[in-house]
Design a protein around this ligand. Structure first.
Ligand code: FPP
Ligand code: MG
Length: 335
């Protein structure tokens, strides 16, 4: 199902509607910034833009700046920077994970090959930094450099812990925070920073983004064991094959020893035998791995809401309520 058709009156769709004018500007800006005389760059760039994506991170930057009544234009450009860093990381990630599908369409590495995916990722990544200089704000430049570094570190950490069956929930959360949540927190922190908020408020918005990002990734991990690939627009049931010992698996292995034995066997022979993928998925679901992961996502969604509740929102009640609802949505999303 195309992404737009999935958006039926949920908080994400409502937030899009609220920020429609800025999101249109963002999309036009993205097309303009993908311009290059090296034809492969706009070709791949337009392919990515056409295949959509939730645009959660730029949306959060826009919502936050709206929450604080920001009047300038910087939020569009900085939201674009965040989306470029995110897209660059996915172009690299699909190569690392040998994924052939993203957002319901064949992934760039599948269509153009690994080299093109890595190199266009590099282009997006460097274009993001070129653009961010326009903000002329050292705090924001420092933040973007730091979160990108954390993002890359998170991926290396995940790689270094692949097939690490003793992985704990705390270690899994550490990976989640670095590989996903930091970019969410950058989006909300930047929204607060460009609106001239105090360090205390900036810290609350950082916390909101961070917790929402953790909830979002925990659901990603749960969906790998519970959703269909049609629903999420990317392959499912592959996390273990990619060596990722995620939250639902950690919990279910603790509850059910035969699952531990099966996962050790898979790890030893390095790939799934016939039917093992199905068996692992079903054991993880039956032994509460998915439910536990979703429950944990809700804990983080509540923490996000608590951080937001510390903010004075008297002027922007609608945006505020939407941001509370978005935190719940991040922990309940079916795709
Ligand atoms: C998706 O995770 C991947 C990420 C959230 C981050 C990827 C980051 C890098 C590859 C570091 C390189 C960074 C830059 C900026 C060039 P996933 O594989 O669990 O989710 P998926 O199922 O959507 O692929
Ligand atoms: Mg991946």
């Amino acid at each position: 199902m195309p992404f737009v058709e999935k958006l039926k009156n949920n908080p994400l769709q409502q937030a899009f509607t609220l920020c429609q004018a800025q999101m249109d500007e963002l999309n036009q800006g993205i097309i303009a910034q993908l311009d290059s005389d090296v034809g492969m760059i706009p070709a791949i760039g337009h392919y990515i833009v056409k295949s959509g994506g939730k645009r959660m991170r730029p949306l959060l930057c826009m919502l936050t700046s709206r929450l604080f009544g920001h009047q300038g234009q910087n939020h569009i450009m900085l939201a674009m920077v965040i989306e470029f860093i995110h897209t660059a990381s996915l172009l690299h990630d699909d190569v690392v994970d040998a994924s052939d599908q993203r957002r319901g369409t064949p992934s760039v590495n599948h269509v153009w090959g690994n080299q093109a995916s890595v190199l266009v990722g590099d282009f997006l990544f460097s274009r993001a930094f070129e653009l961010s200089v326009e903000s002329q704000d050292m705090a924001i430049l420092g933040l973007l450099a730091r979160v990108t570094n954390l993002l890359a570190e998170g991926e290396v950490l995940q790689l270094s812990r692949s097939f690490h069956l003793e992985m704990t929930e705390a270690q899994s959360l550490e990976v989640i925070e670095r590989k996903t949540a930091v970019l969410f927190s950058a989006a909300t922190e930047i929204g607060a920073r460009i609106s001239g908020q105090s360090e205390e408020v900036i810290q609350h918005m950082h916390e909101y983004g961070m917790c929402l990002g953790v909830a979002f990734q925990l659901i990603d991990d749960a969906l790998d064991y519970s959703a269909s690939s049609e629903a999420v627009g990317k392959p499912v049931g592959h996390d273990l094959e990619e060596g990722k010992i995620t939250f639902p698996l950690i919990y279910a292995m603790q509850q059910h020893e035969p699952l531990q034995v099966l996962v050790s066997a898979i790890t030893e022979h390095g790939s799934y035998q016939h039917d093992e993928r199905h068996q692992v998925r079903s054991m993880v679901e039956t032994h509460g791995g998915v439910d536990h992961c979703v429950a944990q996502a809700k804990v983080y969604a509540n923490r996000a809401k608590e951080a937001l509740e510390k903010i004075d929102h008297s002027d922007q009640k609608e945006v505020y309520q939407l941001m509370l609802n978005l935190a719940d949505f991040a922990a309940q999303r079916p795709f």
